[in-house]
Design a protein around this ligand. Structure first.
Ligand code: F6R
Length: 596
């Protein structure tokens, strides 16, 4: 949530570099945006407004803004509504200091009261605005620019990634605590951002900042601790192309990312499954025979956790999935359990906090993440990468498929079980997803039901998390009411909601006991005149009771759930497209939620 960009060394191209970087970060927040620039011997110029990056571009068109050092920000509101005043950067009373911030400053109110008593004037509702005023005070006390920023940072409690520029200084000062920041090291210029895509067009060399670190970017870069001790940082190289963050001709990132699933799955599985031997190799993840596994995650990743827990249970390892935000309260002592955080971004505050709680209780922790160098990856004892490639659309799609594939690998490596059954299905999964994408009835289903009053999704076993995820995707991007239920629960209350205007999507795979029982539930809704959309591999006779069928290639039940989810992603996408929704940037949401 919220995106920060900064750059030094791009001369006349500084403003465009900042705005372009912000457009790459818009998935992190998009209710207001702004930039601040300065240069040697000059003041600080800022431009900011409510709205998206395009609105900022339009506002900039009427302004002359130049400078060779700058910072920019795209916001997802936490304190105060999205207005021009609350947009970042924020300035001090003298307009000599500009600050952008991601996170929440918990003690801002007491600092603001103190500064107000001392005569400072505030112009926004934000927590961030205390920072430039603190810097102003330190400058007034005679500190140089770097020391003034350090002095301000030392006063802050909470989570922050902060970048500041000071009039006339050809430098950016930055600090991180509980919110991501990464430096980009180009040949002639330096960059700073919340995430690599912001500057990936300019460099692939990156330095990840850790909590408590302070960075100065000018002709060169230094990273220090709060007390000034120099930290030797490693320069890493990212291994994906800038094109991977473009739309490649698709109308939306979400559609592009749905279509990238075959590739994402191939990348996830590459080198990790040995088909001949029917074994998997997940690399060195420490002792892979825990007495129990606890998964912690949020949103879509929580649905992956529900799926993963079932795989471990099936292999005889006690496993449970917890909503990360509920983990701290009421979870029994851990003992020898492995605690696995499933998190696409690796930066979700609730998940990080649950993993830290697990660590405090003495558990071994593992991050299953898409983001190399993310906080979760660095803080956990082990990291297992799902390798889905960058996901820009706010609604998670390809990362969910890759989380499910990665869960299969981990379950096989950790808990054992019948690898030969699933390994060939995993091998075929990318091709099966492609076949489904090439010939899906989802657009027609979306057309039929775009005006529905609500959408319900049901499934059992591994298809229960798929039902939950189908509903989450639908509500996220269409803004319409949608709920996912364990199929057996429908008759215990939700059936009262079912009418002829509420299509029920029934995920039924295989022809076993669970399929038969779910078909019983399908008959219950059919008897109430609700339209039924069966998502099925055709192994059972559910089609007889369905108004529409979304067909899945025949495969192993574990892989069938992945495929069923792809059909549901497509339905949600096409309903949202028909309704003209802001698919890649749904209202009120942000891709990376770095506050609890
Ligand atoms: C929904 C979605 C969110 C995330 C959740 C956790 O489409 O993307 O529900 O899954 O915010 O995010 P990560 O996986 O980054 O921890």
């Amino acid at each position: 949530m919220c995106g920060i960009i900064g750059c030094v060394g791009r001369g006349d191209g500084t403003l465009e570099t900042l705005v372009h970087g912000l457009s790459k970060l818009e998935y992190r927040g998009y209710d207001s945006a702004g930039v601040a620039l300065t240069a040697a011997g000059r003041g600080v110029d800022i431009c900011k407004c409510a709205g998206e990056i395009e609105d900022l571009r339009e506002t900039l068109a009427d302004r002359t803004l130049s400078g060779e050092v700058g910072v920019g920000h795209t916001r997802w509101s936490t304190h105060g509504p999205p207005t021009d005043e609350n947009a970042h950067p924020h300035m001090d009373c003298t307009d000599d200091v500009a600050v952008v911030h991601n996170g929440i400053i918990e003690n801002y109110q007491s600092i603001r009261d103190e500064l107000t008593r001392a005569g400072h004037t505030f112009t926004s509702d934000t927590d961030t605005e205390v920072v430039p005023h603190l810097i102003e005070d330190a400058l007034d006390d005679g500190a140089d620019a770097e020391d003034a920023v350090r002095t301000a940072i030392a006063r802050l409690e909470g989570s922050y990634a902060i970048a500041a520029v000071v009039a006339g200084q050809e430098a950016i000062f930055a600090a991180r605590n509980d919110s991501p920041l990464v430096l980009g090291v180009g040949d002639d210029a330096l960059y700073l951002a919340s995430d690599v895509p912001a500057f990936r067009d300019h460099t692939d060399r990156v330095v990840y900042l850790d909590d408590g670190e302070f960075a100065r970017l000018d002709g060169g870069w230094t990273v220090t601790q709060a007390d000034g001790t120099v930290v030797e940082k490693t320069v890493d190289t990212v291994d994906w192309d800038p094109e991977e963050t473009g739309k490649s001709g698709y109308d939306h990132y979400m559609l592009k990312e749905i279509h990238e699933q075959p590739r994402a799955l191939r990348q996830c599985l590459r080198g990790r499954v040995d088909e001949l031997g029917g074994t998997v190799d997940v690399g060195d993840l420490g002792d892979l025979s825990p007495t129990g596994v606890q998964f912690v995650a949020c949103g879509t990743s929580y649905h992956a956790a529900l799926y993963a827990a079932q795989l471990f249970q099936a292999a005889g390892v006690p496993a449970q999935a917890f909503l990360a935000s509920e983990y701290a309260s009421g979870v029994p002592p851990i003992g020898d359990a492995l605690v696995v955080g499933i998190t696409q971004s690796g930066e979700t505050a609730d998940t990080l906090s649950a993993l830290r709680e697990a660590h405090r209780r003495g558990a071994r922790t593992m991050a299953v993440t898409n983001t190399v160098g993310s906080t979760a990856a660095r803080e956990c004892d082990h990291a297992f990468y799902i390798r889905a490639g960058p996901e820009i659309g706010v609604a998670a799609t390809k990362t969910f498929a890759s989380q499910l594939a990665a869960s299969n690998l981990l379950a096989l490596a950790t808990a054992g079980g019948d690898a030969r059954g699933i390994v060939p299905a995993l091998r075929d999964l990318p091709g099966d997803v492609q076949a489904l994408l090439d010939d899906s009835a989802a657009p027609a289903v979306a057309e039929t039901y775009e005006d529905a009053a609500a959408y319900f999704f049901i499934g059992r076993g591994l298809n229960y998390p798929v039902a939950l995820e189908g509903a989450l995707k639908m509500k996220e991007i269409t803004y319409k009411h949608a709920e996912g239920f364990a199929a057996g629960e429908l008759k215990h209350g939700p059936l009262a909601l079912v009418t002829e205007n509420t299509p029920v999507f029934a995920v039924v795979t295989g022809d076993g006991e669970m399929a038969r029982k779910t078909i019983g539930n399908v008959k219950e809704v059919e008897a109430r005149n609700a339209p039924v959309v069966a998502v099925t591999d055709g192994a059972s006779d559910v089609e007889r009771y369905a108004d529409h069928v979304l067909t899945l290639p025949e495969t192993h039940p574990r892989a069938a759930s992945v495929l069923a989810n792809v059909q549901l992603q497509l339905v949600s996408y096409h309903v949202a497209a028909r309704l003209g929704r802001s698919i890649d940037k749904p209202r009120n949401l942000a891709k990376s939620v770095t506050v609890e």
